[in-house]
Design a protein around this ligand. Structure first.
Ligand SMILES: Nc1ncnc2c1ncn2[C@@H]1O[C@H](COP(=O)(O)OP(=O)(O)OP(=O)(O)O)[C@@H](O)[C@H]1O
Ligand SMILES: [Mg+2]
Length: 228
């Protein structure tokens, strides 16, 4: 089966510094990978480069076997960034932000055939999964930091992707919401979804993890899953 993500010799330079130095990482379907490491180790850089959100200065990366620049099936991938790209600009409601997670699923050729009922149901499920069902009309960027993080998680869930990439999804999120997230991800993993997540503290997510990759100084210094 084509692996959801595969980086070979991945190298990234930012501001003239090497922040990713020759990373090989193949994530198989159904893996639940925890990417660990100290601040500045290159975890977010790795995640973004894996998805083609940052250019590689060396090596290659593929999403479901295709270089990110040529990949077209973004509905298969849900990404939760570490920091909010919202705020500023036009104020969006929680529902609007979460619904934007459905956009990549639309047919490029037949957008009119989009099933509004299915969209709405998926958005409602995602909002309920992060405990924000009652806050869907709130302005997203006026929510607390932890609530905004949960909105971003809901946006990824709403897209019903095959693979989730989450950059510190539990940072600043309260214990109950972390348990909710663990339950939600547990269900998705049981259904065969792939998860790559960055964390400093795994907390309730720990039992889900099938593989741990440790980064330091832009290199993988430990990986307990390569043999599996
Ligand atoms: N926009 C940027 N421009 C230039 N350098 C950057 C940029 N973002 C990050 N870096 C540098 O890249 C290195 C790795 O950063 P990265 O954000 O990947 O670390 P991280 O492991 O995710 O850390 P954290 O645990 O704090 O999130 C750091 O040295 C950082 O200074
Ligand atoms: Mg980071």
């Amino acid at each position: 089966m084509t692996p959801p993500f595969e980086m070979r010799g991945g190298h990234v330079r930012r501001d003239g510094r090497d922040v990713l130095r020759g990373v090989d990482l193949r994530v198989a379907a159904g893996d639940v990978v925890a990417v660990l490491g100290p601040n500045g180790a290159g975890k977010s850089t790795l995640i973004k480069a894996l998805l083609g959100l940052l250019p590689l200065s060396g090596g290659s990366t593929a999403v479901y076997g295709v270089p990110p620049a040529r990949f077209r099936d973004w509905g298969r991938v849900g990404y939760v960034p570490q920091r909010l790209p919202m705020g500023g600009g036009v104020p969006a409601t929680v529902r609007e932000v979460v619904a934007s997670g459905r956009v990549a699923r639309r047919s490029r050729w037949l957008p009119a055939l989009t099933d509004r009922g299915a969209d709405r149901a998926a958005v409602d499920r995602a909002l309920a999964a992060v405990g924000l069902a009652g806050r869907d009309r709130d302005t997203a960027h006026l929510l607390s930091g932890g609530q905004q993080q949960r909105v971003l998680i809901a946006r990824a869930l709403a897209g019903e992707p095959d693979a989730f990439v989450l950059d510190e999804p539990t940072a600043g999120v309260d214990a109950t919401s972390q348990l909710d997230l663990a339950g939600t991800l547990g269900g998705l993993v049981a259904g065969g979804r792939t998860v790559v997540l960055v964390a400093h503290e795994l907390g309730p997510l720990a039992p889900l993890i099938t593989r741990t990759v440790r980064l330091a100084g832009g290199r993988i210094v430990a990986d307990d899953g390569e043999a599996a």
